[in-house]
Design a protein around this ligand. Sequence first.
Ligand SMILES: NC(=O)C1=CN([C@@H]2O[C@H](COP(=O)(O)OP(=O)(O)OC[C@H]3O[C@@H](n4cnc5c(N)ncnc54)[C@H](O)[C@@H]3O)[C@@H](O)[C@H]2O)C=CC1
Ligand SMILES: O=C(O)CCC(=O)C(=O)O
Length: 461
Amino acid sequence: MTITLKKTKQTEVQTAKNYVDHVYETIKKRDPHEVEFHQAVEEIFESLVLVFAKYPELIGKGLLERLVEPERVITFRVSWVDDQGKTQVNRGFRVQFNSAIGPYKGGLRFHPSVNTSVAKFLGFEQIFKNSLTGQQIGGGKGGSDFDPKGKSDGEVMRFTQSFMTELSKHIGSDVDVPAGDIGVGAREIGYLFGQYKRMHGKFEPGVLTGKGLEYGGSLVRPQATGYGVIYFVEEMLKDKGLSLKGQTVVVSGSGNVSTYAIEKATELGAKVVACSDSNGYIYDESGLNLDTIIQLKEIDRARISEYVIEHPTAKYVEGCSDIWSLPCDIALPCATQNEIDGSAAKSLVLGGVKAVGEGANMPSSQEAIDIFLKNGILFGPGKAANAGGVAVSSLEMAQNKSGVSWTFEEVDRKLHEIMEDIFQRCLTASEEYGHPGNLVIGANIAAFNKVSKAMLAQGVI
Ligand SMILES: NC(=O)C1=CN([C@@H]2O[C@H](COP(=O)(O)OP(=O)(O)OC[C@H]3O[C@@H](n4cnc5c(N)ncnc54)[C@H](O)[C@@H]3O)[C@@H](O)[C@H]2O)C=CC1
Ligand SMILES: O=C(O)CCC(=O)C(=O)O
């Protein structure tokens, strides 16, 4: 991406660029293996050159140096016994990244790929995403390299209880409030909550979000990320005089975010023709049946390939990256990081894509983002487009504090308003900084401005 700022002198742009590059080089040198973290930082830093060029007096306050250094990184051993009686050992992580605007908030991911770099990239993104929601929540993230795939309920419970035994020393409703992410859904949150309660001897609903409705959960939290992505995409389209009605949509993944993105897109008149899991994708030109997907993925915990047994007109294709070569109007990557590389982005452009909404965290590589922007594709970056989940988590915390429970319609209305606000905030910042409509720049700057003001107000800590 080429950064230009009209009216700002080139020397100021160069000084800002030198500062940003210096901090970026320092983190690469310090932790050379943390490639996912470097990628997340680079994407945000490119935009922030504009801020430091406009306000050179901010250089020297140590804002970026402090932002890239987590306030705390906790790693711990998680020992548990499998169904064969064998002791297993996994690694647990919690990155408490930044608490300038509120207690650390962000999900837990259980997936074999989780390591310090992944936990840090997710935590770093979360600082900016949470800022955009307008809620009082700081950034954090965590998880484990535990693989829930193929594990029995008993194994998941024993692992999760062991994980929480350690994590419980570091969290609390005003300190750090975890939630779900890949591999952590309603079942795992239930086990985590039970173990926290046992460890602390008290019922503290605000310590976790994504809870079941019977013990302090909020209506709409399961739907929130997927619905939020669609509300955001709707705003991007509306701004160009378009709507979702009649659009052909391709969604990757078939988990929490994908499911509810499919549901809301269909409800608003779009046709979702494909979705995937980590083995392959299903495609049906006439539109997918969501009930079958939910039965397979949420209830049977089976592979998406089995979809074709009940729907023989659909096609199953092994390997998931080819999903982006399907022709579509709207692409919603809702699975995992870096699932759209440069060549997938080119395929999408060739296939006529008009808008991309990131349901997952960092699903597009930097090259892919550049291709979308260069080709005038409407692009909703994850930290803005998928912020609906954490926003409703914050509404869950508010309900837990006040002891009231809002209706589905109330929470959904608030979610919709938050997503509209986020879109407007990103658009306004993109215009203010000379790149109208570039929501990557808009999201990064709008988010940074709030966090940096809070950091400056609180002194050097
Ligand atoms: N759950 C939430 O509230 C939020 C989740 N996210 C992000 O959304 C993404 C998905 O999360 P969830 O739906 O919660 O997880 P999930 O565990 O419910 O679903 C993940 C889905 O992605 C699929 N998948 C994993 N790797 C894949 C690959 N390489 N190619 C294709 N499919 C693959 C899995 O088979 C599964 O269907 C993640 O990037 C997560 O960080 C972002 C904001 C909030
Ligand atoms: O609801 C939350 O706190 C976590 C959501 C999350 O992990 C995310 O936004 O990536």
